[in-house]
Design a protein. Structure first.
Length: 193
């Protein structure tokens, strides 16, 4: 299965070069020129294995970082590679707060980007990666994701309810978004055989 990327770059020439280079290496690439278009793609429900975004998008000095926050709000938890020619302390701090996976400084080659992506996926190739990937596919809200993680830790509904007062509503929503109807089916959704 090919990895699917969301590429967000406002410079048309750079975006086209990267899209072609990544596509030639077997990646499925959805691209956008600005934050609004990228959020629209993400909200459409496609699963992305990674997001690559420039920091500056058009007139938005921090458009790429604002995009990361927006992607998290719609439940997209894929690793994010931020590309920038302006890596100042303020942006670095915000990128860390947003849990950006990697900061790649311009200029860079498509091969360097691919190497970074592969490294991120290799490092994530553990149990937590499967959980994160499954929860991302289900497009859970942060609260639903918290309920799902407690469920996977083996807490009973009563124990989860003690931690989170609105567990039934969120648990129902988790099951619905994952397309399952029980705890057992949810485990199979996260860890398919």
């Amino acid at each position: 299965m090919s990895q699917r990327l969301l590429l967000v770059e406002d410079e048309e020439g750079s975006r086209a070069l990267l899209e072609d280079a990544l596509g030639a290496r077997g990646f499925v690439v959805d691209s956008a020129a600005d934050r609004a278009a990228a959020l629209q793609l993400a909200a459409a429900g496609a699963h992305y294995d990674a997001v690559v975004t420039d920091v500056v998008l058009g007139d938005e000095e921090d458009g790429g970082l604002d995009l990361v926050a927006g992607l998290r709000e719609v439940g997209l938890t894929a690793p994010v590679v931020v590309i920038t020619a302006f890596a100042d302390k303020r942006r670095l701090k915000r990128a860390l707060e947003l849990h950006v996976s990697y900061l790649l400084e311009k200029p860079f080659s498509a091969e360097q980007l691919i190497k970074v992506l592969r490294k991120l996926w290799e490092e994530a190739d553990d149990l937590s990666h499967y959980v994160t990937q499954a929860l991302s596919r289900a497009r859970l809200t942060p609260k639903e994701s918290e309920v799902a993680r407690l469920l996977l830790k083996g807490l009973s509904n009563d124990e989860i309810a003690h931690v989170l007062k609105t567990v039934r509503q969120h648990l129902s929503s988790v099951y619905q978004k994952a397309g399952v109807s029980s705890r057992t089916e949810f485990f199979h959704y996260v860890f398919p055989t």
